[in-house]
Design a protein. Sequence first.
Lengths: 416, 416
Amino acid sequence: MRASSTGEIDADRLWSRLSELAEIGKSEGGGVTRLSFTEEEWAAKDLVASYMREAGLAVREDAAGNLIGRREGRVEDAPVVLTGSHVDSVRNGGDFDGPLGALGAVEALQTMDERGVETERPVEVVAFTDEEGARFSFGMIGSRATAGTLTPEHLANEDENGVSIAEAMRASGLDPGRIDEVARAPGSVYAYVELHIEQGRILESKNLPVGVVTGIAGPAWLRFTLAGEAAHAGTTPMNLRRDALAAAAEVIGRIEREAARTGTSVGTVGQLDLSPGGINIVPGQVSFSLDLRDIDEDVRDDVEARIMHEAALLCEKRDVELETKTLQRLPPAPCSALVQDAAREACETLGFEPFGLASGAGHDGMHLTELCPIGMIFVRSKDGLSHNPAEYSSKDDCTAGAEVLYRTLLKLAGET
Amino acid sequence: MRASSTGEIDADRLWSRLSELAEIGKSEGGGVTRLSFTEEEWAAKDLVASYMREAGLAVREDAAGNLIGRREGRVEDAPVVLTGSHVDSVRNGGDFDGPLGALGAVEALQTMDERGVETERPVEVVAFTDEEGARFSFGMIGSRATAGTLTPEHLANEDENGVSIAEAMRASGLDPGRIDEVARAPGSVYAYVELHIEQGRILESKNLPVGVVTGIAGPAWLRFTLAGEAAHAGTTPMNLRRDALAAAAEVIGRIEREAARTGTSVGTVGQLDLSPGGINIVPGQVSFSLDLRDIDEDVRDDVEARIMHEAALLCEKRDVELETKTLQRLPPAPCSALVQDAAREACETLGFEPFGLASGAGHDGMHLTELCPIGMIFVRSKDGLSHNPAEYSSKDDCTAGAEVLYRTLLKLAGET
């Protein structure tokens, strides 16, 4: 694998920081829960801020709650190289999704500091607010704000307690009216590169510790609401029912079939609520989510159209009303040649195969494509697991990823 | 319809009491929610107690919270004729399910009182605690206690907040340790007869206001728990998933098909919970309820066995672990010739066709079959709707039902 002579980052420090951060929001079962604008997300940012200061970075927070640590470059007013990730998590998630990229970036910059490296361009590490969208079913809040695409309508999205993003921001001492100030000016960012776990099995199947991301699949998030008729479970014959859950079950079956048919698309129903919810009452209403993704936008949209068509037919046959609402809809995001080339060169220098792979997961970089060239470096995930307490990447693989990030940043920032 | 000359009960009073009781636990949307051992169920019992006193009954409450109003008979120590129903409701239920039987019984006894009727046997009106089981997914608490079949294990059933039946009783000032005192002695009850809405469409389709129940379908209540693996919605290919919800959806489809196949069985999945519940996470665990009923126990058990068999195969194919737990399992309960004959004779006297029909819904009487002969009188339900705010029986039909009950009670109690 990697030649030990080329290792420059402090593997023990990175691993120990990953472990320390993983304690925040950890449940007894081992999963972490750090939802946006909660005590847990703030505690995680505070810890990262302390590491940033140890790394000699100038720390600030913007109006979206993004945590930023800056290292100056040699050339005044040069566009900044951005790197980082997020420190929020899904409910009962893992230790690496987000933290590896944020702490790997801090480690890379601390290594520059300790080695007295000078770069032409400034480099900033950012821990973006709420990448996952686990709280508001709407994510990537910090990166959208950075790109200037976060709207007041977005801030109206509510969590399960009816608290909007704007309200959650205010409760955290942030002013949603100042969100526009977060947007970076056109031309002010040279490139964005993020280190992240793969969350899939491709690198593992290739026996590779790291990979260079070629593009990010575009997710469409929808909500289906099916309205039938609540009725007595004992006295309503099967053929006279308008059972919203039986209809939903059939639609969920079609979603699975249509997504699987393509070989590349993934379709997931991750949330489902029904009412009235009595053991002896035919459900009158069901609401469920759909997360649909593909690297190819046309394929994804075709799967979505087929699902919509079949769902409409199935519900009509059952006299169940169907409403669908698009929660978000992102095009796939290609990674720039600039960042891919820098990362490939870094891999080669370190003796890793510069293997290219697509990301099925969404990432903050998707929202920055209009702002700057983007790219990502992936680290092998054990069993491909993520969004799960068993999520794991070995210390060696995390180290390899941070080494690649370090060299990629040197290249992008212009080591002098 | 009925000859007006035979009308003896006070139709206006009954209807006005039904309307008054319907206000307790009513939501803005028109549905009523009166869960057991809550303020709402107690308020409903208090109101019925006030009507009992107006009817000249001696009012008491037993250790299960059953409300009882007694009218003495001529013969000392004669076995009692029991009548009544319940005043709890499902969540967002209707105005008639339960209250018609409790208030119809009070009306019948008040009519006896006002007409100076004497009976050989005493008659007691009972408003049983928690028939529906909406709070604890375990119902007919008061009638089980009356039959002496309520066990400490039953009292350990918990509501969605983890409060057990025993705890809820204590919070209401009842001593669960005294539950045995509620049981009626063998031979102490002459018969039980209950007036209730049909909650189905049979009487409506026959254009009949009332019917005589021949038997009560036996419900089996089960809980299915499916354990797959939570995973990232974007990076886990469809063919590598162990999606607990996709598996549950398929099982729900089979439940519907197997129940429908018989023409008489009904199978309902009324509750479903999943975890972790993120829009971008493949569900790792799903739990859902099954309410399965048939008039014929063999048919029901055969449907259950087929469902179990298919569910096991489907889950095995998906590498999803399946656990099932039986929450309760009641045999169908035939109605006694004693009560059916008395009710048929009452129908004939009043000019109604003595039409016999089975009950798809469960009722308190099911639990009293070991204690005494049981029977029921059904009243036509508009559109067959029940467990639904639109549940409705006309004033004329409710009146007809109370008249039949009045005459049935005279017969059973031995008018002298």
